[in-house]
Ligand binder design. Structure first.
Ligand SMILES: Nc1ncnc2c1ncn2[C@@H]1O[C@H](COP(=O)(O)OP(=O)(O)OP(=O)(O)O)[C@@H](O)[C@H]1O
Ligand SMILES: [Mg+2]
Length: 248
């Protein structure tokens, strides 16, 4: 369905080229659910952004159903069936929740405000709300997820869908993502949550900007534990004094 082949990504940060991803190879098949996990800053969201065309890779190819799509714009990718729910959803001044859902529905045949209900929001309370700072972090996150469910693309990438979602709604969130997965679609969930890692077919561990390992939970779990250890290679010094040291 979707493949990333030998992807390298460098970004311009304060006039310096900073390497973010290197040699990412990832084949994602139809009908499967995947979790991307790994330490903070390891490159998970950047992988999603390259797949979505938000970041343009420095080298390598993005292939969708056998066709190279590296030059496709974000909207072309969305129109052709790749969807991404942001880790930190943007807020759009002057846009209403219903506008966002209507826009998403353009890409899908059928969707309605049932998706808001599915994600635990009462449609009547939210459909006319503005997508601005008046929405809480959890509300905007749910609306973002509802929008991807309404869009119902062939490749669905959820970036930390659990972030900001309360404990009571977490099970419902897992259920709705799991039950909306279809045999002709690919679901990718970027997550640190054990329950999410348990529900997928395959876990991909991203470390230091590359795919470090992929497999089932039993294979990946020891690596995840190792990743939790301090990976800092420098002591923290201020004016010559060591303020924090790191096990090396
Ligand atoms: N636009 C950008 N400008 C500068 N640095 C960036 C940019 N986007 C990503 N990075 C850097 O690239 C690295 C990977 O970031 P990314 O957001 O992909 O990590 P992540 O694995 O999703 O982390 P988290 O678990 O915290 O969400 C980080 O060091 C981040 O600071
Ligand atoms: Mg991220």
């Amino acid at each position: 369905m979707l493949s990333l082949e030998n992807i390298n990504l460098e970004l311009e940060v304060e006039e310096r080229r900073v390497p973010i991803l290197h040699d990412i190879n990832l084949q994602l098949e139809a009908g499967k659910m995947y979790a991307l996990t790994g330490p903070n800053g390891s490159g998970k969201s950047s992988v999603a952004r390259v797949a979505m065309g938000i970041y343009k890779q420095t080298a390598g190819k993005v292939i969708y159903n056998g066709e190279e799509i590296s030059d496709w714009s974000i909207s072309e990718r969305a129109r052709r069936g790749i969807g991404y729910a942001f880790q930190h959803p943007p807020r759009f001044k002057g846009m209403l929740v219903k506008d966002m859902l209507e826009l998403a529905m353009k890409y899908a045949d059928s969707a309605n405000c049932q998706v808001l209900r599915d994600i635990g929001l009462c449609p009547d309370d939210y459909i006319e709300r503005a997508l601005d700072n008046s929405l809480s972090g959890g509300e905007i996150k749910r609306i973002e997820i509802a929008t991807l469910l309404a869009q119902d693309p062939k490749v669905r990438i959820f970036d930390e869908p659990e972030a900001g979602i309360d404990l009571w709604s977490f099970e419902q969130l897992i259920d709705v993502i799991g039950s909306s997965h279809r045999e002709d679609a690919t679901t990718v969930i970027i997550s640190h949550q054990e329950k999410i890692l348990n529900m997928v077919d395959e876990i991909v561990l991203i470390k230091d900007g590359t795919v470090s390992m992929r497999g089932d939970r039993k294979t990946i779990w020891p690596q995840i534990k190792e990743s939790a250890e301090c990976s800092c290679r420098n002591d923290c010094r201020l004016e010559g004094e060591i303020y924090a040291d790191c096990p090396r």
